[in-house]
Design a protein around this ligand. Structure first.
Ligand SMILES: [Zn+2]
Length: 68
């Protein structure tokens, strides 16, 4: 698979198979919270915290989404 793994690349992730996020270098962006299933606000997403329930993902929970 040819893929640019540069620092600026984004990777779609889930949190143990739930929610939705992006891995951007060392940062984790929370798009949909795996705990409360709410769509996160852009401010919280960029900070890597759910604006609804204050969930902060552990890097251990981040799982790559494999495109089918
Ligand atoms: Zn939440």
């Amino acid at each position: 698979m040819m893929r640019d793994e540069g620092a600026a690349s984004e990777t779609t992730i889930t949190f143990r198979g739930r929610g939705l996020g992006l891995r951007r270098g060392a940062r984790i962006v929370v798009l949909v919270c795996p705990l409360c299933s709410q769509r996160n606000g852009s401010r919280g997403a960029e900070r890597g915290v759910c604006e609804w329930c204050a969930y902060v993902p552990s890097p251990k929970d981040a799982e790559l989404v494999v495109a089918a």
